[in-house]
Design a protein around this ligand. Sequence first.
Ligand SMILES: NC(=O)c1ccc[n+]([C@@H]2O[C@H](COP(=O)([O-])OP(=O)(O)OC[C@H]3O[C@@H](n4cnc5c(N)ncnc54)[C@H](OP(=O)(O)O)[C@@H]3O)[C@@H](O)[C@H]2O)c1
Length: 264
Amino acid sequence: MFKVGIIGGGNMGEAIIRGLINSKTVKEQDVIVSDISQERLDYLVNKYNIAGTDSSSRVSSLSDIVILAVKPKDAESVLSPIKENLKGKILISVLAGTKIQKLKSLVPEAKIVRVMPNTPALIGEGAIAVSFEEDISQQEKETVLNLLKPLGEVIEVNESLMDVVTGLSGSGPAYVFTFIDALAQGGVKGGLSYQDALKLAVQTVLGAAKLLKETGEHPAVLRDKVTSPAGTTIYGLHALEKGSFRSTVINAVEEATKRSKELG
Ligand SMILES: NC(=O)c1ccc[n+]([C@@H]2O[C@H](COP(=O)([O-])OP(=O)(O)OC[C@H]3O[C@@H](n4cnc5c(N)ncnc54)[C@H](OP(=O)(O)O)[C@@H]3O)[C@@H](O)[C@H]2O)c1
């Protein structure tokens, strides 16, 4: 069994640790985390029964695979001192907007994997895109994909598509939260309490998404099944079309993608 090190035990670092431990992908004794905050380390070590240290150097020398989960601005200061330790090892980066080429320039002899998760990864329901550097074997790719699986749905994409991924699934939870809130407010307008309306709206989105995933049907097919002639749903859908709903969503993804490119 290989050892996994996590540098940066913040939100995403903890989500990864939780996924690895709960899914039994890695044993507790094979996980080590580093963080600059002793309080954070104590919390993670006690909660997950893993090893903790304030030294990224220790993590990188003791691990076979290292996951980098610090803020993008800290990448250089964290990686430069440990580049020797990372020789021949897999470095998985979850840093938004930080390209493989940039990471490779900091740690030339590591095998770089770039991952773009979203916040539902915190509860194992993330949408996760992964890009690999060229010089990585099929077996190494599979090891990485298996490590990421407990965080949610994982797909491999060409790195050139990472900005679109950011605009779609990275920013996507915020779009969905906004839609859910609006759906609930529609219920409030009709007389429901916000609390009840929100429960119905959340479950509607969750249920529709699950139905889509489990049946594997095209969304238009499932939509047509609930759209009876002259029924309520076609009136609602017409109102959405009048408000350019689909065009607005497409624009949202496009704008967020542009912004991701600018930031990168
Ligand atoms: N959260 C998300 O949903 C999400 C989604 C996609 C990508 N990401 C990426 O994931 C990365 C982490 O995000 P996050 O939300 O988890 O941020 P976060 O909660 O701030 O986690 C970063 C952690 O790293 C620690 N740290 C800073 N410098 C360090 C060092 N030299 N050695 C070890 N630990 C160090 C920080 O400590 P201090 O707080 O004391 O500085 C903090 O605990 C970011 O690069 C972000 O782009 C996050």
